[in-house]
Write a protein that binds this ligand. Structure first.
Ligand code: HEM
Length: 397
């Protein structure tokens, strides 16, 4: 194995430097100032325009340019597939996650959020990570896939085993991920077998995929597993993480919190701005297959690996005005929270809807929530930026 194939963004020096920082934005901002650097044989890119160019270039492979990962042998679909095959998958998947399609979920999302808040609203305090941010996206996801709600605990365990695996080395991390990954594959093989026997025509994501065709044939079982495997953690953890960061920020900024509560029409802009500032997915990999001249002497060569820091692009002062200030009135908020180009996030419309509705429901029930002890918040910035526990207090209802 070469140095390049061993590259793991979770162990990269910059990832490790910001690992548990509450406010890594200044570090990313400084990095954007230096534009790019080579670290352990890998190009770290920090600027918005450079990353945009790379993400759009036809001779650039995505995250899976070097084969499968995430504790699973086969490439995950569509994240680790490139070229025409990737485009075919996106043509099948995009309509399932379009703004119009996800908007149909609004009543369900609101209902689930209300039920969760109802369990703690009269208490006057809550731990929002475990009681709200973690269960809400997971429950929505189970509904979306038509999977049994009773399997909720299983999903949480899997998610944590794959996204936050224990281990100090690439080998240890991968071995621990593989154990969690294998459990999920087994579960889904059984689940798909059950669904195939079901004669009722269902319109959840699994139902539609079971009826869909690729290259004129039904989607093979193995591909369905590789799709679901990715969806599970892409949809479960990222929204939990974003929600925890957004609520932690608002719970420490009562003036902005009250402004949003008083004018709910600001919620979409506030969600965009807090996503930009918090950058829940800090970085991704790209694999270069042709020479790419980024200008001013920065030239990428075939075979180069790029570690693209979306988090730095999101506070790049050459692209954003005053990027370290959270400003709900920001005029042009073009960020890279969901990456860009070919592998742009499939679930961004769903994620945005969940975050907006979660805030609306929180304001309806516990509008004056404040973070209990801000100094004690523990952040994890590896893979996905999360607040691990979020104790808040509020006026009981
Ligand atoms: C705020 C929440 C979310 C954030 C910040 C986020 C972020 C991202 C990012 C940065 C990528 C690009 C990864 C790369 O190329 O390295 C991505 C891809 C992806 N995301 Fe999301 N995501 C979120 C929610 C979701 C949800 C809810 C789903 C569920 C459907 C989802 C499904 C996917 C899929 C399938 C891809 C791969 C797309 C492709 O390769 O064509 N994401 N996401």
């Amino acid at each position: 194995m070469t140095q390049a194939t061993k590259f793991d963004p979770r162990l990269a020096p910059l990832t490790q430097q910001v690992k548990s920082m509450a406010n890594p934005q200044q570090v990313y901002y400084d990095k954007a100032g230096i534009r790019a650097e080579k670290s352990e044989g890998v190009w770290n890119l920090y600027r918005y325009e450079d990353i945009l160019k790379v993400n759009r270039h036809p001779a650039v492979l995505g995250n899976g340019g070097q084969g499968g990962s995430f504790g699973h042998d086969a490439p995950l679909i569509p994240l680790e597939i490139d070229g025409e095959e990737h485009a075919k998958w996106r043509r099948i998947l995009d309509p399932l996650f379009s703004p119009k399609q996800v908007a149909l979920l609004e009543p369900q999302i609101r209902g689930l959020a209300r039920d969760l808040i109802g369990k703690f609203a009269s208490r006057g305090h809550a731990e929002l990570h475990d009681e709200f941010c973690e269960p809400l996206p997971s429950l929505i996801f189970l509904r979306l896939f038509g999977a049994p709600i009773e399997d909720f605990e299983f999903f949480l365990e899997f998610k944590n085993g794959v996204i936050h695996p224990e281990g100090e080395t690439v080998e240890e991390i991968e071995a621990n991920m593989a154990v969690a990954g294998a459990k999920l594959v087994e579960y889904f093989i059984n689940y798909l077998d059950e669904r195939r026997k079901d004669t009722e025509e269902k319109n959840d994501v699994i139902g539609v995929l079971l009826r869909s065709e690729k290259d004129g044939k039904p989607i093979p079982q193995e591909d369905l597993i590789n799709l679901i495997f990715l969806f599970m953690f892409a949809g479960l953890d990222t929204v939990t993480a974003s929600m925890s960061c957004i609520l932690a920020w608002l719970g420490q900024h009562p003036e902005e919190r009250d402004r949003l509560n008083a004018d709910r029409s600001l919620i979409p802009a506030a969600v965009e701005e807090l996503l930009r500032y918090e950058s829940p997915v800090p970085s991704g990999q790209r694999h270069i297959r042709a020479e790419i001249d980024l200008g001013d002497g920065l030239v990428l060569k075939p075979g180069d690996i790029v570690h693209a820091f979306w988090a730095a692009a999101n506070v790049d002062p050459t692209h954003h005005k005053d990027p370290l200030t959270v400003n709900f009135d920001r005029e042009r908020n073009t960020h890279m929270v969901f990456a860009s180009g070919t592998h742009r996030c499939l679930g961004s419309h769903l994620a945005r809807l969940e975050l907006r509705l979660a805030l609306d429901e929180i304001f309806d029930h516990i509008p004056d929530f404040v973070v209990e002890d801000p100094e004690k918040l523990v952040y994890d910035n590896v893979s996905v930026r999360t607040v691990q526990k979020l104790p808040v207090r509020f006026t009981p209802r």
